[in-house]
Design a protein around this ligand. Structure first.
Ligand code: ADP
Length: 485
């Protein structure tokens, strides 16, 4: 098979910079694609953390004026990734969150900062650097969404373009009067271009002009073409349904490997699930909970936003805790939700533990020590938390939406009879349905042999990147073949 070369454009890449699942995808997919004969080079903004990690970088391209300042493209290797870094100090040399300033609000020049990502991706795709001729430019989310649009409207060499939607809720909308500044031609400001209800839509422009659109699960791909799930873009997505598909995410199974995980109290395997006990004890201690092996321990690891549905827990927490149940939560996000969970922990000492913040190590311990992981999202494009939970034998208790619906097998009567369940699903995403699901979880917990069986099923599920990478490779190949014809 002819090797394919992909230029991925992403605003965050694990382990260099991460705010969400997109970073995990951008960090892990290239390694899995290598096994499929696909070479990936990843273009990423030069935030301080990226420049630090790319210490061995060398300049391969100079841009005298990239939206108000000189920039260079650096080539570097880090964490096994072949990187191109946009070193543009006026745009990216700022510490902290890649999207938000110290006041917690979007950087005022985010339109320029991320148009630059799309523009440089398109320039590199078109051959700005000698000897760098990618077959495909693969843009991730609104931040790189303009890449397919810039590619479409520019002259010269044109590689294929793919846009992956990790979350349709974030669309990158900016005022129309930025059009010239952003070097978007007048004709691009149209229904089949970047125009979106009188504004410039970065994601919309990409959706309109990409050769292929993917999103991160088959169910989410079906949801986003409906008015309920389409967030205003369902009409366009329906029009482009012939090039839209859903490919599940995987997780990096070397990072998430319970048999060799140094971040947890005791490694374990499907054959030695009993060894999870030490992790449960460590988790209860870490969160100041009563040490109790028999108590069902629920874990939550999440951004605290409306999407994640965790507010459904608030009203019922007292009710829930009448059952023999403990809850640990690790999360950060909306201040009201952070305060709500901190207050719940203070109100229910020994039973509810809450740590506000972002902590990779602790996320591993929760996956290894909790009996079940709760993901009650109102919508969820793919979701990674439940995939890690499966791998760690923490039964996922999930809303039946998006990728959660595609990756968890509900342990209902039929599944139990067939020996296939690996978690619990509920629908609709309401307090009552969530409570009913937790009652089912509690009933399963009281049957240790059944629970153990479900844990084994969970740990056997293939959550690696192997299959998803094959799907991406097939999609790239089909696109390249179509363009050669
Ligand atoms: P999203 O990208 O919408 O936040 P995903 O489930 O796709 O949700 O990916 C989020 C990833 O980040 C998961 O691996 C999750 O466990 C992890 N994560 C979320 N919040 C935290 C946190 N506070 N600390 C550590 N890991 C977190």
């Amino acid at each position: 098979m002819t090797p394919i070369h992909v230029l991925a454009a992403a605003p965050e890449v694990f382990p260099l910079v991460k705010t969400g699942g997109l970073a995990d995808v951008a960090g892990a997919l290239p390694l899995a694609l290598a096994a499929e004969g696909v070479r990936t080079t990843t273009l990423i903004p030069g935030y301080p953390a990226v420049l630090d990690a790319a210490a061995n970088a060398r300049a391969v391209h100079a841009i005298p004026d990239l939206f108000g300042g000189a920039a260079r493209v650096l080539r570097a290797e880090s964490a096994g990734l072949d990187l191109l870094v946009i070193d543009a100090p006026h745009l990216y040399r700022r510490n902290g969150n890649p999207y938000l300033g110290p006041d917690g609000k979007d950087w005022p020049d985010n339109a320029l900062r991320f148009a630059a990502l799309g523009l440089v991706a398109a320039a590199l795709g078109a051959g700005a650097v000698e000897s760098f001729r990618p077959d495909i430019v693969h843009a991730h989310d609104w931040q790189a969404g303009l890449a397919p649009a810039y590619l479409h409207y520019q002259d010269g060499r044109r590689p294929g373009s793919v846009l992956t939607v990790h979350n349709l809720a974030y669309q990158g909308l900016f005022p129309a009067d930025l059009r010239e500044t952003l070097k978007l031609p007048l004709r691009s400001f149209a229904i089949d271009g970047v125009e979106y209800y009188g504004s410039i839509g970065f994601l919309k422009g990409g959706l309109a002009r990409a050769d292929r659109i993917t999103t991160v699960s088959p169910t989410y791909a079906a949801e986003i073409v409906t008015p309920e799930g389409g967030m205003g873009l369902d009409g366009l997505l329906r029009a482009r349904a012939d090039v839209l598909s859903g490919i599940l995410n995987g997780v990096d199974t070397s990072v998430w490997n319970p048999t060799e995980d140094r971040r947890i109290a005791q490694p374990f395997s499907a054959a030695r699930i009993d060894r999870r006990a030490a992790n449960k004890a460590a988790l209860q201690a870490r969160f100041g909970l009563t040490r109790s092996p028999e108590t069902l321990l629920l874990g939550v690891i999440s951004r605290l936003t409306w999407q994640k549905g965790l507010d459904l827990l608030f009203d019922d927490l007292a009710d829930l805790l009448q059952r023999d149940l403990q809850l640990v939560l690790l999360g950060a996000g909306e201040p009201a939700m952070e305060a709500g969970f901190a207050a719940a922990a203070a109100q229910h000492p020994g039973r509810v533990g809450c740590i506000i913040g972002y902590d990779e190590n602790l996320a591993h311990l929760i996956q290894a020590g909790a009996d079940a992981i709760l993901v009650p999202s109102r919508f969820e494009p793919c979701g990674l938390t439940q995939l890690c939970a499966l791998r760690y034998g923490a039964l996922p208790v999930v809303a039946r939406v998006g990728g959660l619906a595609d990756t968890v097998i509900d342990a209902n009567g039929a599944a139990l009879a067939a020996g296939t369940g690996n978690g619990v699903q509920f629908s609709p995403v309401t307090r009552d349905a969530l409570l009913a699901a937790l009652r089912r979880v509690a009933a399963l917990w009281r049957q240790p042999a059944v629970w153990r069986r479900l844990q084994r099923n969970a740990m056997r599920a293939d959550v690696s990147w192997t299959l998803p990478a094959r799907h991406y490779a097939d999609l790239y190949r089909a696109l390249v073949a179509e363009r050669v014809r």
